[in-house]
Ligand binder design. Sequence first.
Ligand code: KG4
Ligand code: ZN
Length: 377
Amino acid sequence: MDLAPPSSSTQADGLIVLGLESSCDESAAAILRRQADGRIEVLADLVLGQTEAHAPFGGVVPEIAARAHAEAMDGLAAAALNEAGLSLADLDGIAATSGPGLIGGVMAALMTAKGLALGSGKPLIAVNHLEGHALSPRLSEPLDFPYLLLLVSGGHTQLLIAEAVGRYRRLGSTLDDAAGEAFDKTAKVLGLGFPGGPALERCAQEGDATRFDLPVPLKGKPGCDFSFAGLKTAARQIWDGLETPTEQDRADLAASVQAAIARALASRTKRAMDRFAEDYPDIAQPRPLVVAGGVAANRTVRAALEEAAGHAGFSLIAPPMKWCTDNAAMIALAGLEKLVRGQTDELDAPARARWPLDAVSAKLDPAIGSGRKGPKA
Ligand code: KG4
Ligand code: ZN
């Protein structure tokens, strides 16, 4: 992969890219312009969620998601152009998530982007959704490479070092469920509805996080991998073992699970911070720890990460919530960075259900690196 920086800043100034996203349950379109000083101007940023369509099923139903994306994408792209006051002719490139994700959904944005690229003669840029998340903090503030990234969403739980655009080193990822899945599935067991993470956080507010003993995943195991399946099962067993659970039981278990997930995330991230500090001894404190993905919205998780970061000489950087969860601005940004480097794609670029971000895992085992069982795996 060509990792060359842009050949000249003037060449990159003013570039405008449309980004499209449809890899899970958010259809999104955004348009960005790169300003002369390298800052990013967001000209349009639209997200259409599908919560109501999936709520009766208690989780994302791939077929429903794919159909909803297919129906939404054209209109969203047109609405984004309209909001930005631009036409297709004003764009310098059209970027779309081309994986990893639910394949029917991924195809909606990718096919729309291909159609627009073909019709307008503008270059297509196929973007790895995870690279979008990895670059998302750079939407709102300048952030130099390298930085440590904890990507923690419904489909992914990974620790990565972002070394440069197009160059990511994975330090660890989940061996089973993603952290968001652990939130969602526990919320389902507790009868808290969909999407589960925010509901569980609300319920936990009234709870005692010390009441239930939950296992510590991968306790004492070296490395930076995660595991959440055991926690989820333990929570279900505790719940099933309560004869007539009360509201207080529900809140106490929600709080205990939330605290256990936060502890697990913080303790594995602590190991990754040590690795980062060893690998980059010259980077001044506080070193950057970025957290992205929907679970970054959780206040207990943030507090645990903030505390761990403070102890390790890092500072926690979290993109604004709208760019933590799935969005198209991060896809447009990754597209822009690739376009600047001349990395455009042919119109036969494939949609990919799996697509590890780091080249080494991609080569060794294409099946790892993207979380295993999540909707996006
Ligand atoms: O990044 P995202 O919007 O989509 C994926 O790429 O998966 O993340 C969604 C995940 C879901 O599992 C959701 O329950 C979780 O993030 N989530 C939360 C909270 N808000 C969203 N989990 C815990 N606490 C929250 N406040
Ligand atoms: Zn995502």
